[in-house]
Design a protein around this ligand. Structure first.
Ligand SMILES: O=P(O)(O)O[C@H]1O[C@H](CO)[C@@H](O)[C@H]1O
Ligand SMILES: Nc1nc2[nH]cnc2c(=O)[nH]1
Length: 293
């Protein structure tokens, strides 16, 4: 039986990075991953150069509604950034390594920081639809089942075999985000909490939502954690937030059911505030992403 090609094959990653380097005039320092419905964050980019995922060698393609499937390179608050307008999920059939391939490609391009966003269901009873949750920690249910992107041969070019993740989310950026949330009018709608990844694509049963809550999870989604692990492994500085698009159902006495259409609509309602939040976060952290570092 022939052995499947490793999704982290270094030659493939280099080919993708070289392709991108030839298409852009300045290399990005900061990668912004746009969650479901949050693709308009890429509209903020000045002097944009867009490249569809299909054009990039060895790059996966987006299959989910609300994920355009392109990279947008340019500047934001004078920082060279690249936005992923569309991310990959385990439920699409991708392996956790395939999902996180773009992180390594961006590392090869010179990216040092990751701003990662997602849409998530709120579990914490204080959360409301339209709130923002800054990620202070995560719970990797995929990894509990053995699906960790770092499983398999370790590539020392990127990082060590064993890595800590108890400080995955940069504390300084969390503290900056707290202040910025107030400045953009999100004070009473902004929380700090624990995000959990489940495989999806179904939303949670009542029993599952209750169990997640008991385990200390504040919001649940189907993404983000694999990318954060791979970013940490290769030394990136990480900041993340969830947009609470719906409340997970913890009661049997309701007719309500979550659906993807409503989830997309609820992001739309706060898109300007979220955009301001991100612009100000980039501005406030720009010393971290100086090109001469
Ligand atoms: O995590 P992002 O990509 O924001 O999307 C979230 O929203 C979708 C479900 O409506 C799922 O893909 C879930 O992971
Ligand atoms: N698993 C999960 N993912 C989501 N993405 C957006 N909302 C939800 C949710 O309620 N559950």
């Amino acid at each position: 039986m022939s052995k499947a090609r490793d999704e982290f094959n270094l030659e493939d990653l280099r080919e993708a990075a070289d392709y991108l380097a030839n298409r852009i005039s300045s290399k990005p320092k900061l990668l912004i991953i746009c969650g479901t419905g949050l693709g308009s964050l890429a509209d903020l980019v000045e002097n944009p150069v867009s490249i569809n995922y299909e054009e990039i060698p060895h790059f996966p393609v987006s299959t989910v509604q609300g994920h355009h499937g392109r990279l947008v390179f340019g500047t934001l608050s004078h920082v060279n950034v690249v936005c992923m307008q569309g991310r990959f999920h385990y439920f699409e059939g991708y392996s956790v390594r395939e999902i996180t391939k773009p992180i390594r490609i961006m590392k090869l391009l010179g990216v040092e920081g990751l701003f990662i966003t997602n849409s998530a269901g709120g579990l914490n009873p204080q959360y409301k639809v339209g709130d923002v949750m800054i990620l202070k920690d995560h719970f990797n249910f995929l990894s509990f089942g053995g699906e960790n992107p770092l499983r398999g041969p370790n590539d020392d070019n990127f990082g060590d075999r064993f890595i800590p993740t108890n400080k995955a989310y940069n504390k300084k950026l969390i503290s900056i985000a707290r202040d910025i949330a107030k400045q953009v009018g999100l004070k009473s709608n902004c929380h700090e909490g624990v995000y959990a990844i489940v495989s999806g694509p179904n939303y949670e049963t009542v029993a599952e939502s209750r169990a997640l809550l008991m385990l200390g999870v504040d919001a649940v989604g189907m993404s983000t954690v694999p990318e954060v692990i791979v970013a940490k492994h290769c030394g990136m500085t990480v900041f993340g937030f969830s947009f609470i698009t719906n409340l997970c159902i913890t009661s049997y006495d309701t007719d309500h059911e979550p659906n993807h259409g409503n989830i997309l609509d609820s992001v739309e309602s706060r898109s300007v505030q979220i955009q301001n939040f991100v612009i100000k976060m980039v501005e406030a952290s720009k010393d971290l992403w100086k090109s001469d570092r």
